[in-house]
Design a protein around this ligand. Structure first.
Ligand code: Z16
Length: 823
């Protein structure tokens, strides 16, 4: 049954834009700047959204479905304007309306700052999930932080990354709604007083604390074509209004100033680390701040329409996005016991039935562990509760394992306790305090069960499950690649927009010459679009007919951008020494932000840019290869890049990338994966077939075996492989910098002659030859135009599984058990 498209009143929108220009800026349409026209259009659009938003609220109140709170320190939403138009099915009428007003929709879209309240994969996944939840008609709240400064803007100066503050709120945010009436108080520090209340109950009260006011801002999350609008609620901190001018008591004055400072710092900035925890006190404050406010809200909302808080879990589920929000376990316990008078056992029953945890990494430096003294000082009551959870859990371990033959109980406690070595282990708290633990790709979940969390898996296998990540086709095809989206619709209809499994119908066209031609022609158009962007931003001319080989993602050693650039250097040598050999032109496109304090990562960016300078300006190369580093990689330019990619570089050291999601976005847009058998790559190859992907390198099993045996010695490869030796020597012989020592740290990472255990931890040299060979296969395949077109088309046709709609439906069916809203 075909659903009717949503109604959109084009003329009302037009009048609204004109009216907004007048009332917001006291200007005529002709006088308004592009930014002002964007603002006026966005407010007009918000008006249209608000009607659906209110309807959704009303239906939710009537139907009382079970709802999910997706708790996350990060939501990497990307621009809202275009995406909202898409999901309201209003893109065409709005384009017409703006045309009639002599306004270019693309220019308007480009005026919107790209909201970047996230680092990378984890934050973007949260954004895709919200899109899918609304589109599938489930009631959901995203709970997060309204950072004043999001992910820094990256400038490249002299080849180096320079971080510039991201002032995304400078001109206000037309889509947000401040909700003063829902403000909450959040308390830090002080001490806990125990007393007996008038009914004889033992009670705990935090005293001598600092308090801040959490003020929520709501952002609409529009579902596709169904009128559902969910809410992303992000919290800002403000000082509490407690300054009494007559109370000039010294202590109070001091405290008021401290509270103001705390409030002004709390939501100042997103920590710019992906897969790495800096362990800063302010970060723990951010975590507790948004969690306390969100959990308070959830309980109050439930009690508005329900009597029995013991049944909270029947209507609510909390999904903890990594360990960052895990303090929710203890905060829920605290509120249930201290504010709603439940017993420990009653509160524990509710808490474990409400909370679920997603693990996103096995990288050791990303595992959150807080020093007990810091944790206790900052969150004294929460610490008491964690201590008791730990005591009971350790008890349970002992009861279960004492006396079992061949089991070392102390070893079990060491590996599973929540409090150990004076640390609070957040992953352990999340596992014990909830009923579901999931990994984000099949291989990742398997590694969790068999290795990283083996003891937990053995003790509570029923909690473990896999939810392979996904992405939203609305943003990453319908919005990002309109040419291909229209083509797909022309071939198979438009059901794919809400059911990506439909894409397999495209397989019928895999050998169709005309379809292949059209498909590759669209790719060429998108490459021209990107080439324009590159010319404008880098001043580099790239050939749209060359192979666009793309690696865009956060810069991290395990993702091995270094392997890629070393391969480029080798290719450069090869062309120099064989000037007459046939080379198919290639454009290597990089985009990556490095965490501000991650020196090896930052130096890798400098190396990529240094290689680009040499290669792009060497007359011997004659444009056969070009290297481009795209500045400030972010959701908005990612959309252009994915659409233009021929080759999708997914080359992490096997076992290290939990899932990856850029791999899926490029597959959707017809790029072919050049990758290791890591994360979701395994499942991509499984869907598209080995013959339609280029796989190389060690397997995760081989990597883990080496690691168990203390690594391998890269010197053996350096000494026996002249290609490797040549490339590595060039890092320190002045080819890429007058300062020969500049890139020495990278050279040392690979070869560390002092401590071979620390050399090449990510197996770059070990995989080098295999990678070169895969690159060669790519170039050969590309020259067979028909074969390439078929492979590319089959990638798009096989991506059905990787919709976040599928992921969300699995969470709903197997973990959350939500009810669908009837609209
Ligand atoms: C992050 O982006 C990821 C994991 C993590 O622990 C912290 C951050 Cl900020 C990424 C994974 O690296 C990536 O493999 C995965 O696809 C993504 O999370 C979403 O699950």
């Amino acid at each position: 049954m075909k659903k009717k498209p949503l109604k959109f009143d084009k003329d009302l929108f037009k009048r609204s834009v004109q009216y907004n220009v007048k009332t917001l800026y006291r200007k005529t349409m002709e006088e308004a700047t592009e930014q002002e026209l964007y603002q006026a259009s966005a407010y007009a659009l918000k008006d249209a959204i608000v009607d659906h938003w209110m309807t959704t609220q009303k239906k939710a109140a009537e139907q009382d479905p079970k709802i999910v709170y997706y708790m996350s320190m990060e939501f990497l939403m990307g621009r809202a304007f275009g995406n909202n138009l898409i999901n309201l099915q209003a893109y065409k009428p709005v384009k017409e309306a703006l045309d009639e007003l002599n306004i270019d929709l693309n220019l308007i879209e480009d005026q919107e700052p790209d909201p970047a309240l996230g680092n990378g994969g984890l934050g973007r996944l949260a954004a895709c999930f919200l899109d899918s939840l609304s589109t599938l008609g489930y009631v959901a709240y995203g709970c997060g932080i309204r950072y004043k400064y999001g992910m820094f803007r990256q400038k490249i100066q002299d080849g180096y990354q320079v971080e510039v503050p991201d002032t995304w709120l400078e001109n206000g945010n037309p889509f947000e709604l401040r909700r003063n009436e829902y403000a909450k108080e959040v308390k830090f520090g002080g001490y806990v007083n125990m007393y007996t209340d008038e009914r004889g109950r033992t009670m705990f009260k935090q005293e001598g604390y600092q308090v801040v006011r959490a003020v929520p801002y709501d952002l609409p999350v529009v579902g596709y074509g169904n009128g559902v609008v969910n809410t992303l609620r992000i919290w800002d901190a403000e000082p509490i209004q407690c300054f009494q001018l007559d109370s000039f008591d010294k202590g109070d004055y001091q405290k008021a100033v401290e509270q103001e400072n705390l409030a002004s710092q709390l939501c100042e900035v997103l920590y710019p680390n992906d897969n790495h925890i800096a362990g800063k006190e302010l970060r723990l404050k951010q975590q507790y701040f948004f969690i306390s406010a969100s959990v308070q809200t959830a309980l109050q909302r439930y009690l508005k329409h329900h009597e029995d808080i013991r049944k909270f879990y029947e209507k609510n589920v909390f999904q903890l996005n990594d360990t960052h929000p895990t303090v929710a376990v203890a905060e829920l316990m605290r509120l249930l016991m201290d504010e709603y008078y439940l017993s420990w056992d009653e509160a524990w029953d509710v808490t474990t039935k409400t909370c679920c945890y997603t693990n996103h990494t096995i990288m050791a430096e990303a595992l959150e562990k807080w020093p007990v003294d810091l944790f206790q000082r900052l969150l004294p009551r929460i610490y008491q509760i964690v201590d008791e959870i730990n005591r009971r859990f350790v008890d349970q371990i002992m009861r279960q394992y004492s006396g079992s033959a061949g089991i070392d109980v102390q070893a079990k406690i060491r590996s599973m306790a929540i409090l150990y070595d004076n640390q609070v282990k957040m992953a352990h708290l999340a596992i014990v305090g909830g009923h579901s633990v999931n990994g984000v790709a099949r291989l990742h979940t398997e590694i969790l069960e068999k290795r990283e969390l083996k003891d937990f898996y053995e003790m509570m296998p029923e909690k473990f499950n896999n939810k392979t990540n996904g992405i939203t086709q609305r943003r990453f095809l319908l919005h990002a690649n309109p040419l291909l989206a229209d083509w797909v619709t022309e071939k198979i209809g438009d059901d794919w927009i809400v059911d990506l499994s439909q894409m397999e119908k495209l397989k019928a066209f895999a050998d169709d010459k005309k379809a292949q031609q059209e498909f590759m022609d669209i790719k060429l158009q998108n490459k021209k679009r990107l080439a324009k962007y590159i010319l404008k931003h880098n001043g580099i001319e790239v050939d749209p007919k060359s192979i666009f080989d793309v690696q865009v993602k956060r810069l991290h050693e395990y993702k091995r951008q270094l392997l890629n650039i070393l391969q480029v250097i080798h290719k450069y040598n090869d062309i120099k020494t064989h000037p007459n050999k046939d080379f198919y032109p290639k454009t290597y496109i990089f985009g990556a932000k490095a965490a501000a304090g991650y020196l090896t990562a930052k130096l890798t960016i400098k190396l990529i840019n240094a290689v680009a300078d040499v290669v792009n300006n060497d007359p011997d190369i004659d444009g056969k290869i070009k290297v481009v580093f795209i500045e400030d990689y972010k959701v908005s330019n990612a959309e252009l890049i994915f659409a233009a990619a021929d080759v999708s570089e997914q080359i992490s050291t096997a076992s290290k990338e939990a899932s990856g999601t850029g791999n899926m976005k490029m597959m959707l847009n017809g790029a072919i994966t050049l990758g290791t058998l890591d994360g979701a790559n395994v499942e991509i190859v499984n869907e598209v077939g080995e013959e339609n992907a280029f796989i190389f390198g060690l397997t995760s099993q081989e990597v883990m075996d080496y690691e168990r045996n203390g690594g391998y010695n890269p010197m053996d490869i350096y000494n026996s492989n002249p290609n490797v030796k040549k490339v590595l020597d060039m890092l320190v012989d002045g080819t890429f910098s007058n300062d020969r020592e500049l890139f020495r740290p990278l050279y040392n990472c690979l070869l560390n002659t002092v401590n071979s255990n620390k050399a090449d931890q990510y197996f770059i040299l070990k995989d080098f030859e295999s990678y070169l060979e895969a690159q060669k296969r790519i170039s050969d395949a590309y020259q067979d135009k028909k074969r390439w077109a078929k492979m590319a088309l089959l990638n798009t046709a096989s991506c059905g599984k990787f919709s976040s709609d599928r992921t969300i439906q699995e969470y709903v069916d197997e973990v959350w058990h939500l009810d669908k809203l009837e609209m």
